[in-house]
Design a protein around this ligand. Structure first.
Ligand code: HEC
Ligand code: HEC
Length: 206
């Protein structure tokens, strides 16, 4: 019995250690009404109340992974993901607010978008499914999913995102303006033409 308790203790410790990067995301239940209220009073101006932004400069949030939304809001608040606009927006949100608004946007249905540039889309699909061997870039699908829906907790949805935003984020990962240990090296292995192609392809995924 003793041995078992001790073992369980060790397992718990290991688990807590593995979960440490998500520590900023609180674990209590989200309040959907509260989330909806924040979305429709604060976020609505730019992202739409249901997260279907109609302005290409503002990201689509409908259907985005809730864990990802919460982590990004915490990063904006802390300034570790630089954005003058979003730092101000996140500053007033409590951990409860963040959890609730993240769950609200995750539960919303993303509007369908269609990639239009055929040549770009073909190249983009190649990168999405197989990566770029010559520069060691892995397949995007490996983390963001075959359909671009993302994966809980930290892999964002890219399907249906405005292509100029995805392109801008890839450039920012490559330059270090948006520092990230995984996406930095991946984006650095893409030419600007390839970034454009894969951003266009992802925007048409559903
Ligand atoms: C004044 C316009 C504006 C308002 C209001 C606003 N946002 Fe944003 N938001 C932006 C812009 C612009 C970006 C892109 C920032 C960047 O990547 O540099 C962004 C990015 C984000 C991101 C990251 C998306 C991604 O895919 O990386 C999240 C999450 C987010 N906003 C959530 C919210 C929430 C929640 C609210 C309401 C509490 C809100 N925003 C209010 C303009 C706004
Ligand atoms: C090993 C896993 C992994 C692979 C492979 C991967 N990504 Fe990512 N990607 C991530 C993670 C993790 C993030 C979240 C970064 C953060 O937290 O700021 C991310 C974020 C992004 C973002 C920002 C999205 C947003 O809403 O802010 C874009 C764009 C992106 N990835 C594009 C790509 C493309 C294109 C490829 C293929 C060339 C790719 N990724 C391959 C893990 C991966």
């Amino acid at each position: 019995m003793r041995v078992f308790t001790g073992f369980a203790g060790v397992m718990l410790l290991v688990y807590a250690g593995a979960a440490a990067p998500a520590a900023a995301v609180p674990a209590a239940k989200p309040d959907m009404e509260r989330g909806k209220q924040i979305a429709s009073t604060v976020c609505v101006a730019c992202h739409g109340a249901d997260g279907n932004s109609t302005v290409p400069a503002n990201p689509m949030l409908a259907g985005q992974q809730g864990g990802y939304i919460a982590a990004q809001l915490a990063a904006f608040k802390a300034g570790t993901r630089p954005s003058p606009i979003m730092q101000g927006m996140a500053a007033g949100l409590s951990p409860d607010d963040i959890r609730s608004v993240a769950a609200w946007f995750e539960s919303q249905k993303p509007a369908a978008r269609f990639a239009h540039d055929k040549a770009l889309v073909d190249r983009g699909q190649q990168i999405w499914r197989a990566g770029v061997k010559a520069s060691g870039v892995p397949a995007c699908a490996g983390c963001h999913g075959a359909t671009g829906a993302g994966n809980p907790v930290q892999y964002p949805r890219l399907a249906g995102q405005y292509p100029d935003l995805s392109l801008g984020w890839l450039k920012a990962f490559a330059s270090g303006a948006r520092p990230h240990p995984v996406m930095g090296p991946i984006a650095s292995g893409l030419t600007e033409a390839d970034m454009k192609a894969v951003a266009e392809y992802a925007s048409g995924l559903r």
